[in-house]
Ligand binder design. Structure first.
Ligand SMILES: [Ca+2]
Length: 340
């Protein structure tokens, strides 16, 4: 990575033996809220030229919007090249990238491309990793290093000891799941394996996607037959729809350890995300102060009804929401406290 007077360029060299016939590129923006806009307009190019950082190579995609810490997916299917570059054209800029993942296949030694994989993901350019905004859970917790949230933390590190991975206890059919909070169209799921040991534990794990809280009954996207130490593999889920993405090891006693699960998708149309049933009516007495509401989901569309409904002068009304950490989570619900 280096700065150029006119362009900011990052260049990934695929190596002399590895022209990459089928390419997927995932870009991760910086985590800090500051300066997230620096990446806007950046172009992803792929080819064999290194001149001016490869800006004459064919373009795979353009980053038109990106939040802090977000990862975006670009399908570059059919593109071939030794170099993958990220370039901010036509302006002087700092280029700060937190991660560039390139998924491809090498050329064979006789120069003939190996066969194209018909199951390569067809993903809209710029589809985000929606797992980052999800809520994770798992069948059990091995120890405090292995929190389920470590698998949607945004880091691809495979180091369990640095709290980068999740892990269950040794049990029958261990599972990990992320609640996307609303139904999504899921194009691709990336799974990162543990690097420091035990990478064979993931063998035969399944990725399932659907709306059922019985994770094991949701439709299957893929089987993870094996992954190398610290390896990230991308699985094509072909636009499967669901609110939950689950990794489960069926029919075997095992510890399930995952270091990152990336879910590239987009929210399903509104008609597939109907408003949930009203969960609670709150009777207003002298105000909302101290009232508590319990929502069954953490979805952005959850709501409760205040009763009786009364006209509110918005010039005088202030509503503050804060998450209650002191509440014990009620069965099937998430508590919120209201204060004025
Ligand atoms: Ca992680």
């Amino acid at each position: 990575m280096f700065d150029h007077p006119k362009r900011a360029v990052a260049l990934v060299d695929g190596g002399p033996e590895s022209s990459l016939p089928d390419l997927l590129v995932v870009i991760t923006n910086r985590v800090l809220e500051c300066c997230k806009e620096r990446i806007i307009g950046a172009e992803i190019r792929i080819g064999n030229s290194v001149e001016n950082g490869g800006v004459s190579n064919p373009r795979c995609g353009v980053i038109t919007s990106m939040e802090s810490g977000e990862s975006l997916f670009f399908s570059c299917n059919g593109m071939v090249g030794r170099y993958v570059t990220v370039t901010v054209p036509r302006r002087t800029e700092h280029l700060i990238l937190c991660e560039v993942q390139v998924f491809g296949l090498p050329e064979t030694s006789n120069g003939k491309l190996i066969s194209m994989d018909a199951n390569l993901p067809e993903v809209p350019d710029g589809a985000p990793n929606v797992a980052l905004k999800g809520v994770s859970s798992q069948s059990s917790l091995y120890n405090h290093f292995g929190d389920s949230r470590n698998s949607i933390g945004g880091s691809l590190s495979g180091d369990y000891s640095k709290m980068q991975c999740s892990q269950t206890i040794f049990e029958l059919c261990p599972w990990w799941t992320v609640d996307l909070k609303e139904v999504h169209v899921v194009f691709s799921v990336g799974v990162t394996n543990r690097e420091d040991c035990c990478w064979e534990r993931i063998n035969e794990a399944e990725i399932r996607i659907g709306d059922s809280r019985e994770w094991g009954t949701n439709p299957r996207c893929a089987v993870i037959y094996s992954l190398g130490p610290g390896e990230t593999a991308m699985f094509n889920c072909k636009g499967m729809k669901g609110k939950y993405v689950t990794v489960i090891i069926p029919d075997r006693e095992e510890k399930l350890s995952l270091c990152e699960v990336q879910v590239f998708g987009l929210p399903a149309p509104p008609e597939e995300n109907p408003l949930p049933e009203i969960t609670e009516k709150v009777v207003m007495r002298e105000g909302l102060s101290g009232q508590s509401l319990v929502f069954p989901e953490e979805g952005i569309q959850d709501y409760a009804v205040l009763h009786p409904s009364v006209p509110i002068d918005l010039t005088k009304f202030t509503l503050c929401l804060r998450v209650s950490t002191e509440f014990v989570r009620p069965p099937g619900g998430h508590p919120l406290l209201l204060s004025q």
